[in-house]
Write a protein that binds this ligand. Sequence first.
Ligand SMILES: Nc1ncnc2c1ncn2[C@@H]1O[C@H](COP(=O)(O)OP(=O)(O)O)[C@@H](O)[C@H]1O
Ligand SMILES: [Mg+2]
Length: 252
Amino acid sequence: MIAIRNLKKSFENKTVLRDVNLDIYDGEKLVIIGRSGCGKSVLLKHIVNLMQPDNGYILVDNIAIKRVGQKDLFHLRKQFGFLFQSAALFDSMTVVENIALPLVEHTDMTLKEINEKVAEKLELVGLPGVEYLKPAELSGGMKKRVGLARAIIMDPKYILYDEPTTGLDPIMAANIDKLIIELSEKLNVTSIVVTHDMQSVAKVADRVVMLHNGKIIFSGSIDELYATDNKVVNQFVTANAEGPIQPKPVTY
Ligand SMILES: Nc1ncnc2c1ncn2[C@@H]1O[C@H](COP(=O)(O)OP(=O)(O)O)[C@@H](O)[C@H]1O
Ligand SMILES: [Mg+2]
């Protein structure tokens, strides 16, 4: 479990995270929404220790990440797979080289073992057999999948997705949503998804939280999100609902 307590972060004189308190439970698919520029990416970067807070702290399975020494830092990082907003692949490297990077740097696996593991992850993200292509030869949706294969290469416990469907057409976006749900089930991971795509929210979220003015101002189910009378939340939901919200299927 991840426990975020009184997290504060400012840049120069601009306060981004004012006082963030949030528990993230094992196995859940948590979606974080909030206006552009409100600090969603900054929050994700704190969770994976790419940024450090001015104040407050984060516990990962009861261990305070800012107290983790250099020796244990890799063990901590290894638990997190991060899908960056831009897939952040190295253009000069092939798909297999991009995905294998952490294995080459941090394990003593043989080349054969590495290739097998990469093939397994590519299969999982629905993209088998593309090992020797370069990023330039891939579509936007394929790049996301390769980024995701890299994010899960060390068998993380938590997968963080930063705007995974932004810039994709609706069909590709729906495929990525499906993949997030599939991976959550197959790999038994905790998923933390930042998005402003309400179609995605409705499909993926076990729970939704909204970040606004540097604080979490809402936490609840999709039904609670639609039903809340919080004006800021209502405004966000209405403004970001592209197309009609799909009604839930009726079960008898
Ligand atoms: N490394 C940084 N240095 C200075 N300002 C930053 C940095 N990273 C983010 N910010 C600022 O923090 C605010 C929140 O950014 P971000 O978390 O990227 O927003 P979003 O919710 O769209 O992901 C923005 O005003 C951004 O300019
Ligand atoms: Mg962002």
